[in-house]
Ligand binder design. Structure first.
Ligand code: DC
Length: 252
């Protein structure tokens, strides 16, 4: 596998993307880029300055004039530190309040344009593991390996709940389920760059599996050459929407 290899990891909230991507990057000596943290940082700023959520141009302007930096920090639990206009916001971007508003901002095409440009620049050198919702579809459509991580809705809500509890936020289980479901719905149904499993992405289930097992599976795929080593069962088909929209899990 060459050092310019790019691994795209997409999937819904709580599928384990950041944990897996971070560990994978560590194992490969690659740069880990958390694109969700960028949308979160901008959402934090929009909340702080009282931006108008119904004004796409104003939000895009906010994106253009903000400096969002991701600094590798392998020694920390998230693997990166997030800075907004020079101020560290690593913890602040995880607040439930940010989580509740981020999908609104991420649905604005003009904002995504600014973000995607920055994200492509970050990945330009290769040797990256990038996680998000549109990495394989928009940011790096020619990534050498595309992974679509999934987990059951219950497992994803459980992970988010544990994460918020660990950070000391007093949220109820019902609130977390509601927030995760609503965010998934918005992310998967928006017009611009909705969350989708791309035909050439390999779906990897994380429910009930430990991080190392999942990481080993992806490493095997990467060492096999990525897209050129797709097993028969994963031959490209139609892009399919997610299976956790209202109406219950759609097991394809
Ligand atoms: O991965 P996360 O939960 O930190 O992402 C926060 C939000 O940002 C999520 O609701 C969807 C959005 N997002 C996006 O639209 N595109 C990305 N590449 C990454 C995240």
């Amino acid at each position: 596998m060459n050092h310019r290899f790019r691994i795209a990891i997409d999937g819904p909230a709580g599928a384990g993307k950041s944990t897996v991507a971070r560990r994978l990057a560590q194992r490969l000596g690659f740069l880990y880029i958390d694109t969700g943290a960028m949308y979160r940082a901008l959402t934090l700023k929009a909340l702080e300055v009282g931006a108008r959520w119904d004004d796409p141009e104003a939000l895009a302007q906010l994106a253009r004039e903000s400096r969002i930096e991701l600094v590798p920090a392998p020694e920390t639990s998230r693997g990166i530190r997030v800075f907004l206009d020079g101020r560290e916001v690593t913890e602040a971007v995880r607040a439930p309040e940010v989580g509740r508003h981020v999908s609104k901002l991420a649905a604005v095409p003009q904002v995504r344009e600014v973000m995607v440009e920055q994200q492509r620049a970050l990945a330009a050198q290769g040797g990256v593991v990038m996680d998000g919702r549109d990495v394989g579809s928009v940011i790096l459509p020619d990534a050498e390996l595309k992974i679509f991580l999934t987990a059951t809705p219950e497992e994803r809500a459980r992970r988010r709940w544990l994460e918020l509890q660990a950070q000391g936020y007093a949220v109820t289980w019902d609130e977390v389920v509601r927030d995760v479901t609503e965010r998934d719905r918005l992310d998967a149904t928006r017009t611009t760059a909705p969350l989708r499993k791309m035909p050439d992405a390999i779906e990897v289930e994380t429910t009930g599996r430990d991080v190392e097992t999942v990481v080993e599976e992806i490493l095997r795929l990467a060492r096999g050459g990525g897209r050129h080593a797709l097993p028969d069962a994963q031959t490209p088909g139609e892009a399919s929407p997610l299976g956790f929209l209202p109406g219950g899990p759609d097991r394809r």
